[in-house]
Design a protein around this ligand. Sequence first.
Ligand code: UD1
Ligand code: CA
Length: 466
Amino acid sequence: MHPVTEDPSRPTAFVLAAGLGTRMRSRTCKVLHTAAGKPLLSLVLETVAAAGADPVVVLSRESEAARAVVPEGARVALQEPPLGTGDAVRVALDAAPHAAGRCYVVYGDTVLLRPETLRRLAALLDERRAVLAILTGIVGTDNAYGRIVRGPGGDVDRIVEVRLATAAEKAIPESNFGAYAAAVDWLRSAVPRLRANETGEVFLTDLVAVAKREGRTVAALCVEDPSEGLGINTRADLAVADGILRRRIRAGHMERGVTFVDPDSSLVDASVEIAPDVTVERGSVLEGRTRIGTGTRVGPYAIVRDTVVGERCRVEASVLEGATLEDDVRIGPYSHLRPGAYLERGVEMGNFGEVKASRLGPGTKMHHFSYVGDASVGRGVNIGAGTITLNYDGIRKNRTEIGDDAFIGSDTLLRAPVKVGRGATTGAGAVVTKDVPEDTVAVGMPARAIKKLVRPKKDGGQKPSA
Ligand code: UD1
Ligand code: CA
């Protein structure tokens, strides 16, 4: 996001987000609902920043919580009570006394608007020497958008809200998409002249009639892609917007060299980064601050959340959250990585393994049914089927340490805090309650050391896979 400046050459964008969002039927204010994993307001603020404008966000007591997603330093104006979109712009102008030149007005619920469309609106404003340029689209008549009433010359005369429209006006297929470019000076003079109508609200859309009465030019840009106007009023609108946004996100990744097998079956959040030559197989969900390195294959059916995945990894039908994978790591099927799992290069994890707040060293293998929590595991360790770190004693979490090249026999229970030394071996079913020294075999319940091992010299003791 662009840092907030007071650069007078940058247009101001008034972002209206004070409305009550009643139609969402939610305790959460509308602009904090998410599409493609981001709050609606954040998406709009990103669009505005990409169009080169500095935002002034209008909030109300009801939408005050949305302040949390307003970038630091950006101006917020409080509209209390929210008396309509025209009233919101009045409040916004008061909060930006130095704004001059051109400005934008956008709604906090219109997340599919593209930055280049805003720029086109501004260009049209200049070209037509207009005081106001409005965005319209042809979307049929089965909707709640304001209708664009054009005069005999083809210019826009006024916008009429559906609530107040006659049957003939409702039948106009051209609608108000709710994005505007305006001359700030004119806006300052015109907004105070808006009056509340019979609904009790002050409509921004009445600005068109105000301009026409003064003999000013109002330009209209009828945009080709009808999705750009989608204002999210209901949960159904939210679902539609989310779907369109995610389709755009996948298309963008494909353009940059990512393969999607059955693209519509996978969901990628707006915040996810994917390198070229990644393959996303069917049914994968990539969320939050996830990053995927080149050559990696994800899915089918993987959920990857806030996780960094290195290059040439393979992640199949598993759930990864808050984890880090270095290069050449293989996960799944049916593994679960939880926050703080750090898997170094070449680690392999098979079915029904869970790792939490633990580091697994290079080349360590954990192929079947194991839980490793609050542990540090060295390089080249073999974790046998059914191994469990008993990290929780009912009061606190305790750590387990396993040294390089250790061989943890199947069904070993490691009662933390405990250390298994470098090159040590535990027998099948061992219950390890005391530290096992280096290069030592420990068996039984509780496990006791029975003999000293002689380590092979060459490669640091590679053991056969479990
Ligand atoms: C508005 C337009 C309509 C257009 C549609 C496009 C008006 C009067 N109508 O209708 O012509 O077709 O958007 O999506 O502008 N808000 C405030 N303060 C208020 C009221 C609203 O900040 O007092 C904010 C809301 O939070 C919202 C935005 O303005 O983000 C639009 O308000 P909303 O009530 O959704 O307007 P619509 O009825 O959708
Ligand atoms: Ca709306």
